[in-house]
Write a protein that binds this ligand. Structure first.
Ligand code: FES
Length: 101
């Protein structure tokens, strides 16, 4: 389930092997700009993942952590969607698109 910045939730079909960013962009969530195309250089793919899914994700690398630190909207649930690989174990996870910095 994906929640937009306006608070509207949408069910999204997700394919294993893509990143969350690729899934969200492919589903038409253009408000998430993903300007660097997934190079972990822009932080415009900032999302909040639900707490149940957070522990199932690989931990962020140092470059992702540094970019998130620069966001004024960082929370303990923050991730950069381009750095989160999706697989079937994450089926049903919730993602909220973070406010724009
Ligand atoms: S798309 Fe730029 S950091 Fe994720």
């Amino acid at each position: 389930m994906v929640t937009t910045r306006e608070g509207v939730s949408h069910r999204v079909e997700a394919r294993s092997g893509l990143t969350l960013m690729e899934i969200l962009r492919g589903a038409g969530f253009d408000e998430m700009q993903a300007l660097c195309g997934g190079c972990c250089a822009c932080a415009t793919c900032h999302v909040y993942v639900d707490s149940a899914a957070l522990d199932r994700l690989p931990p962020p690398e140092s470059d992702e952590r540094e970019l998130l630190e620069s966001s004024s909207h960082k929370s303990p649930l923050s991730r950069l969607a381009c750095q989160v690989p999706f697989d079937d174990s994450l089926d049903g996870m919730g993602v909220t698109i973070a406010p724009e910095d």
